[in-house]
Design a protein around this ligand. Structure first.
Ligand code: HEM
Length: 402
């Protein structure tokens, strides 16, 4: 049975505010509603707040299409592969990609990641201060991306610059489409040239890109423009998600002494911090994923119509007390973090989840082994932004101690 729709006009998909506000801003709405209809001056979408509903919708691609993944782009000019494809087309690409993102294959990247973490942290420690976002969080996943794709590490500064252009918001937290498109075109141009170079030389080269050059769809070689599209998506999906999950984690640890000491103790003892990573991922889940309704459907007592757009803030789902008592607080000592949706659910569930977990675990353990104590620079109040992915502009850390 449907209930009267709750219309909300004061929620904003995109914004800037205190770091905790990024996740906390759903609490009041979730306490009252499971799903609401948001109307902004230029946007209209359903906001699904509860864990069970988010999971149910993401697991139903027939009713909730990935053709639109954000109300900010309701009429996308092309579909990014695989994230904007629906089954069965999506299934083909997902099968091709999945084997390269297995826990075993991702584990092979661990030594390189550990080595780079040690180098980065040593340099930061010697300086005695840093901007964690710029000096660490953005760099590490980019190194991993180059390694994964089989591209030379010399490309790091170039890719970091494109990443800043394509993924970082302006100081107002909005995305400047011209700047973003410039960054995206640069990445596309790079992969077009690299694929052409490898094809012409007759040598596929290294990494995932080498494997992609041999991929077939229905017995026919995958077209190069589709491969470029897929490389772009990997670039867009795997960099700021990890960088910003790390940044929220480090902001928390810098401002919560007992939690910081707990992580430092585990790192010093060489004990696993996987449970810590899981709980941080749950509590500070950065993505807000979107869908377009394909067929009329009732969800949480609300009638959604074909064509409606829907947003799923995963952080809201993850803090739903109906999931686990105490879900609205972070507990790093639980050892048994609640099952969460930081990586989504259903056919599009994050392909890079194993890699992301390794990256976060290596980054946090490596940092705390070398720099167990640290604090936010006192004259600054870090600011967060939110939209498709939550982020922190900058995180100045200092007072490194042992
Ligand atoms: C903490 C870091 C990360 C988080 C929180 C995260 C989260 C997500 C979420 C929620 C989705 C589902 C989107 C949807 O349903 O529309 C997704 C998809 C995806 N992610 Fe991640 N991600 C992370 C890191 C990575 C990394 C490191 C990679 C690897 C390069 C990656 C690659 C992908 C890909 C390719 C997809 C699309 C999968 C598909 O459409 O089948 N992600 N991610």
């Amino acid at each position: 049975m449907t209930t009267p729709t709750t219309e909300v006009t004061d929620h904003r998909l995109v914004g800037v505010g205190a770091v905790d506000e990024a996740g906390d801003r759903f609490d009041a709405l979730r306490a009252l509603h499971r799903i609401v209809k948001v109307t902004e001056p230029d946007l209209s979408y359903w906001l699904v707040l509860d864990h069970d509903l988010v999971r149910e919708c993401l697991q139903n691609p027939a009713a909730f299409s990935s053709e639109v993944i954000t109300p900010l782009s309701p009429d996308p000019p092309f579909a990014m592969i695989p994230i904007q494809l629906d089954p069965p087309e999506h299934t083909q690409w997902r099968r091709l990609l999945a084997q390269y993102f297995s826990p075993r294959t991702m584990g092979l990247l661990r030594p390189r990641l550990e080595e780079r973490t040690v180098e980065l942290v040593a340099a930061i420690r010697a300086r005695g201060e840093c901007d964690y976002v710029e000096d660490f969080a953005l760099e590490l996943p980019t190194v991993v991306f180059l390694e994964l794709m089989g591209l030379p590490i010399d490309e790091l500064p170039t890719f970091l610059a494109w990443e800043a252009q394509a993924l970082a918001p302006t100081d107002e937290g909005v995305f400047d489409p011209e700047r973003q498109i410039g960054g995206i075109f640069s990445v596309v141009g790079y992969f077009q040239a690299e694929i052409a170079r490898r094809r012409e030389s007759g040598e596929r080269g290294d990494g995932l890109l080498a494997a992609m050059l041999g991929w077939e769809l229905d017995g026919v070689p995958a077209p190069d423009d589709a491969l470029v599209n897929c490389c772009l998506l990997l670039f867009l999906a795997g960099l700021d998600t990890v960088a910003m999950s790390l940044s929220f984690a480090m902001h928390h640890l810098a401002t919560h002494d007992a939690d910081r000491r707990h992580v430092a103790r585990l790192a010093a003892a060489g004990e696993s911090i996987d449970g810590v990573v899981e709980e941080l991922l749950r509590f500070y889940a950065v993505p807000e994923v979107g869908r377009k309704v394909k067929q009329d459907i009732e969800i949480g007592g609300q009638q959604l119509r074909a064509g409606d757009l829907v947003v799923f803030p995963l952080v809201s789902a993850n803090r739903d007390e109906a999931l686990v008592a105490g879900a609205d607080a972070l507990d790093l000592t639980t050892g048994q973090p609640a099952p969460h949706l930081a990586f989504g659910a259903g056919p599009h569930r994050c392909l890079g989840s194993h890699l992301a977990r390794i990256e976060m675990s290596v980054a946090l353990a490596g940092w705390h082994r070398a720099i167990p104590d640290y604090a936010l620079r006192p004259d600054t109040t870090p600011q967060a932004y939110w939209g498709n992915v939550h982020g922190i502009f900058s995180l100045p850390l200092e007072k490194f101690g042992s």
